[in-house]
Design a protein around this ligand. Structure first.
Ligand code: A3P
Length: 335
């Protein structure tokens, strides 16, 4: 397979571990390994599972990240609505620089190309990148579990974290569709019949990217309870149900509340509309564009944008199994 630059570097390393540095090859050779869905293998490091190339980004970020007190981190478990929350936070934080109209950057650029992913982009090719070019407050995104965040972030009392997760039953269905689309291109024709079962089993074992999902969610949940001024814990389902309320709360949490004039002008609703699934998924850039850093089709990040699609994909037995895991591990979160 041939790739377009600049996505070639990352795609090659996701698919072929021989392209990793010798140092990384030696490092992963001692780690527990399972077959990956998107990458060829996932590796367990300190209780969580990663494709080797993203683990390389995690390690570089841990070593070199220099926080600023105004930093904002969007942390998500994969397939929980990262693309959506990136869009909302970008629009919210930059609303004075970029008015919400048809010339907004989100109308021509996918949010993954506007909000840098720490370990999946920023810290990959250059282990110690210069981030001075980013305007303040810097908005970063990551899938890193709490325990993998750089100590400089965990031990700080400044820098805010927005954590987004989703009903695991919908997350696993979304992962299945994402995976099959990446593997097979534009259509799901010819998907191997047991692809859903494979995805589901890996997900329940906790070995899909950044798994186990229950520990990922629970660690941030506990942190948010201990430190509610610093960590905002959000569920996709709640954001779907009451988007304006949560956007207002996020604005307050991030110390940029909507002014009476902004409220009056309908800005809250305008941001929600700009970032809605219907609007973003129908933009030319998201229908036919590709992400600059990995070459994935932007439309892979937009499928249905609904809650409850698991009913159409999971068997009764799968539902019972996942419910039992949620009941045992995530009771506090109400999934
Ligand atoms: P579905 O596959 O269930 O449709 P992520 O961005 O973390 O990869 O998550 C992808 C999921 O978020 C997909 O879920 C996708 O459709 C949904 N999504 C993307 N943009 C959205 C939006 N603007 N509003 C709501 N959901 C969105």
């Amino acid at each position: 397979m041939s790739f377009d630059e600049p996505s070639a570097w990352l795609r090659e390393r996701v698919e072929d571990e021989n392209k990793l540095s010798q140092e990384m090859k030696t490092f992963i050779s001692n780690l527990p390994k399972q077959k990956g869905l998107i990458a060829s293998n996932n590796y367990e490091y300190e209780g969580f599972w990663y494709p080797a190339v993203f683990l390389q980004g995690v390690l570089a970020c841990q070593r070199h990240f220099q926080p600023q007190s105004s930093d904002i981190f969007l942390v998500t478990f994969p397939k929980s609505g990262t693309t959506w929350l990136k869009s909302l936070l970008f629009a919210l934080l930059n609303r004075r620089r970029f008015p919400i109209d048809k010339n907004h950057p989100l109308c021509t650029t996918n949010s993954h190309d506007l909000v840098p992913f720490l370990e999946m982009k920023t810290y990959l090719k250059t282990p110690n990148p210069n981030l001075n070019y980013l305007p303040s407050p810097r908005l970063f995104s990551t899938h890193m579990p709490w325990t993998a965040l750089p100590e400089s972030i965990r031990n700080s009392s400044t820098g805010k974290i927005v954590y987004l997760c989703r009903n695991p039953k919908d997350a696993v269905v979304s992962l299945y569709h994402f995976w099959t689309k990446l593997k097979l291109g534009e259509t799901n024709k010819g998907v191997e019949p047991n692809a859903m079962v494979k995805t589901f089993e890996s997900f329940c074992l906790g070995v899909t990217d950044y798994g186990p999902f229950w520990r990922h969610m629970l660690d941030y949940w506990k942190q948010s309870k201990e430190n509610p001024d610093r960590i905002y814990f959000l569920k996709y389902e709640d954001m779907k149900e009451q988007p304006t309320m949560h956007l207002r709360r996020l604005a307050e949490f991030l110390d940029c509340p909507f002014s009476p004039d902004e409220e009056e002008s309908g800005l809250v609703e305008d941001i929600i509309k700009l970032c809605s699934f219907e609007n973003l998924s129908n933009l030319e850039v998201n229908k036919n564009g590709k992400l600059s850093f990995v070459g994935i089709q932007n439309n892979s990040y937009f499928r249905q944008g609904k809650t409850g699609d698991w009913k159409n994909h999971l068997t009764g037995e799968m539902v019972r199994k996942l419910n039992a895991i949620c009941e045992e591990k995530l009771r506090e979160l109400g999934f």
